[in-house]
Each structure stands twice: as C-alpha cells, then as structure tokens.
Design a binder for this molecule. Sequence first.
Ligand code: BTN
Length: 258
Amino acid sequence: MNVNMLQEGLRTKQFGKRIVFLHEVGSTNDCAKELAGYDAEEGTVVIAETQTAGRGRLGREWISPKGGLYFSVILRPKISASEAVKLVFVAGLAVAKVLNEVYELKVETKWPNDVLIKGKKICGILAETNTISEKVNYAIIGVGVNANFNVEKALLKELVKTATSLEDELGKKIRVEELFKTLMEKLETLYFLLLKEGSAPILSEWKKHADFLGKRVEVTIGDKKFSGMAVDVGVDGSLILKQENGSVKLVSGDLVLI
Ligand code: BTN
C-alpha cells in the first residue's frame, strides 16, 4: 500500500484528514479506540496492511491477510446511542454503493452489517460505541474489505463457499488506495446525511440492496434460533421476522437464508 496515495486528491471535509498508517496491528478498531480515548478528532482513520487480531461481530476473528483493506474511523456524532446503532447501515450502504458504482458489481446488503456479492461475504463491518447513558462519547466504524487476494489461497479453503474478494470477482487486482478514498468520500457524505436527516433515507437506500427481504431466513442469537419470513428492517434498525405464530422484532443476530 502506498501511504502517500491514501490522501492524494481525497475530497472530504474531515474523514481521512488524519491517518494513522500501520504495516501491521492487532486490530485497527482497538487502536482507534485508544486514540479516541486521547481525544483524537472526528474523522481520524487507522488503517493497516494486515491485522494479527482482527475482530468480527459476536467475538469472531476477522482473518486479515495482506491485500485486504482494513480501517477504522473515529466518529463523535451528536446523536443518541439508539440512533448511533444505525451507523452500521451508513457503512454498509457506503460500501455497497462504491462497489456498485466503481466496479459495476451487483452488491447485496445483509442484516445487520454485511455486504455480499452473489450471497458471499466481501466486506464486514464492526461498529462499536462508547456511551455515557444515552450520550455517545465516540463511535468507531471498522471496515474490512476482501480486496486483492484469492479467498482460497489467502483465507481458508472452507470459506470459499461463504466468502469472496474483489480479486476473485473481477479477475484482477484493484488499486486499494483508490478504493479507500472513494469509500471515505461516500462514508462522509452518508454520515452527514444521517446527522442532518436521520436514518430514514439511509435505511430506505440500504433496503434496496437487501436481497434477504421477502425471503425465508434463520436468525441465530446465542443458543436461540428464529426462522420465518424476513419482512422488513424497522426504523430502529431491527429485523422484523414473520413467524407462523406471529411477528418478532430482532435487534441482533446472525442471519442465513434457508
Ligand atoms: C464481521 O463481519 O463480523 C465484522 C468484521 C469487521 C472487520 C474489520 S477489519 C477493520 C476493523 N478492525 C477489526 O478488528 N475489525 C474491523
């Protein structure tokens, strides 16, 4: 990765104006949290070529070989903690739009925070907030994009069925610095939109990519499983699932099509 290229021509107001670049780090989210604790300003980014302890949702590991894009943005939104939950949709929509507009890929969003191509995961998002009751002190949005590597070689053989990469989809490598800059611009635009107009416009755009809506799904939350028709994603970001015995609202979980 060419660190000078990460900011050259970057058209943002705040996002990526301060970048902490690391060849290797445990987790960019952890590093960003530490910086946020030292008053790092909104829009500060931590980016690494590889992570040795990349984290996913629900305590999972995020394998981070070289060639991928791994970064975390520090945010200080003046919104309530329950509104800040919608930041995952801002990030998911930003990635979906960029992959679609720049690489002409048909991209799907999966509740709550995955981006897929033909049902296979290409990007994961880990949003973490530090709150004092309903007030958000800071939020970290961590984004991992499988970019310049072959999933079978660089990840695990068993992930070929469930994960993909830009290299696998496009048959060539991309300029990861360009992807980063375009993502920064889109993320900032959509984040400002969330602050100005609330989450409704973001959610309605996000839902246009949500292939799972209207389909039968199973959602696992801890040791509980819920299955039914994925009817909608509510204004609060929860999944509305129509089961045989009525509807339930789920606030988190792991969704698969059945
Ligand atoms: C998931 O799909 O479970 C979320 C994966 C999020 C991975 C990104 S990579 C950059 C940032 N740093 C981390 O440790 N995790 C996120």
